[in-house]
Ligand binder design. Structure first.
Ligand code: EPZ
Length: 407
């Protein structure tokens, strides 16, 4: 089993550049299946989830070439197939096959979608979008001879359902509108890619207006990963260091910046770069919410900081519950109490430990604890962290961390 060995207690200082966004790259890779042409995507991170996504679209006949961080995807000769269950059940983003297969082939056989299962992750809103556009849905199949434009009302924002609704609506006759859509930067990146591929999509208040479009190949430079950027920013106070994250100033992290500066952490922005320094002066209050709120994907990485300093309160408003990772942090001495969607994290003495990465972000949080606890820690199941953090070991080392990754 893969593991990270961490010799903690070192101050992390220096500059880091986040890789391309995982959560923007994945929907774009799957959406390329709904286009007929050659797409060029720049700044695509070479991480586990992206490698699986590429294997899945290759099984549909897509030809994919990687040169450095650029992916060239040729979807001119794709065909419908039942994708390998072992692949689809290993990443959540495989659920974007619903949109691209229904749009391109008029059919999709439902399979198990994987990913970080920190709580139940339903797909009822994805199916609701397909049904609203006229698709027939059975327990194992979605089929559509002809989709028809419709108004789709979501009662809460869902990144995945919005993405699938957008892709399917482009193949639906006439005009569609999505209301209550997610507006995360990675959803906007998908929209930009689709527009470059010939899509007629207009942003409207609370959603999007979409007209049926013939899609050819598109081009996009994927934005830097806002969650990776935020994770490195939190490492500065966690290790009493000073870290500059390049190209992070425009990443729409305002509510994250507000929360950490409210706790007393220093942030200075110079051009495109963000430098984080200093220590919290008071307890943290984190309240996650759909964009532009505090990102739920940065919630687990905030808990180590709370425990090292003055404690804090987390209100999780995106997922029903996202606190199972706290068990793994408990091995380092993190003390906490959870009450459904709320967690209290108490000031705790952190010591080295051997534990498991429970999921991607929880695993990053465990590494944060290990980096601050003086002595040797081991985090097993470490490959799950590399599914979302590109070059994690080498980037941490560049900042001065003493870490070793073994497969
Ligand atoms: C995306 O997941 C991200 N994954 C998640 O990041 C992120 O936590 C989440 O959006 C919220 O920002 C990817 O982009 C690959 P949702 P997604 O649909 O699309 C409920 C990470 O660490 N819901 O926006 O699956 C759901 O239960 C990952 O990188 C339904 O009720 O999330 C949740 O409460 C983890 N029915 C809320 O909506 C549905 O059909 C938001 O989920 C769909 C969702």
């Amino acid at each position: 089993m893969s593991y990270f060995k961490v010799f903690g207690g070192k101050r992390l200082c220096g500059e880091i550049e986040p890789s391309g966004s995982k959560n923007a790259s994945l929907p774009i890779i799957f959406a390329s299946l709904a286009t007929c042409g050659i797409s060029e995507l720049k700044n695509v991170p070479d991480i586990g989830d992206v490698r699986v996504a590429i294997k899945i679209i290759e099984s549909f006949g897509a030809k994919v070439k990687r040169a450095g961080n650029t992916l060239c995807i040729d979807t001119r000769n794709v065909f419908y197939t039942m994708p390998d269950k072992a692949l689809t059940s290993s990443i959540r983003a495989s659920s974007y096959l619903i949109g691209s297969c229904v749009a391109r082939f008029g059919v999709f056989h439902l399979s198990e979608f994987g990913g970080c299962n920190f709580c139940n992750r339903p797909i009822d809103m994805h199916l609701f979008a397909a049904a609203s556009l006229g698709a027939e849905i059975s327990s194992c199949e979605i089929s559509a001879i002809r989709l028809a434009g419709a108004k789709i009302y979501f009662d809460k924002p869902s990144v995945g359902a919005t993405i699938n609704a957008l892709i399917m609506a482009l193949s639906a006759c006439g005009e569609s509108e999505i209301f209550g859509a997610a507006k995360e930067p990675h959803v906007k990146a998908l929209v930009d890619y689709l527009i470059s591929a010939g899509a007629d999509i207009e942003e409207i208040p609370f959603g999007y207006k979409i007209r049926k479009s013939e899609l050819h190949g598109g081009t996009l430079e994927v934005l830097p990963d806002m969650i990776e950027a935020g994770t490195y920013m939190l490492l500065a106070p966690m290790t009493e260091g000073r870290i500059t994250v390049r190209n992070a100033a425009k990443l729409e992290l305002d509510s994250f910046f507000e929360t950490i500066t409210d706790a007393g952490i220093g942030i200075s922005i110079h051009g495109e770069d963000v430098t984080v320094y200093g220590e919290p002066q008071r307890p943290f209050l984190v309240t996650t919410a759909p964009h532009p709120g505090y990102p739920t994907d940065l919630q687990p990485q905030t808990a180590p900081l709370m425990s090292k300093y003055f404690g804090g309160i987390i209100n999780e408003n995106v997922w029903q519950s996202r606190f199972s990772y706290l068990d793994s942090l408990g091995a380092f001495g993190v003390r906490y109490k959870t009450m459904s969607s709320r967690a209290e994290v108490y000031h705790s003495k952190l010591y080295p430990a051997e534990t498991f990465a429970p999921d991607l972000r929880g695993g990053a949080a465990a590494v944060m604890c290990a980096l601050t606890a003086r002595g040797e820690s081991t985090i097993k199941n470490a490959e799950i962290i590399l599914r979302g953090y590109s070059d994690f070991e080498s980037k941490l080392r560049r900042l001065g961390a003493n870490v070793l990754y073994k497969e």
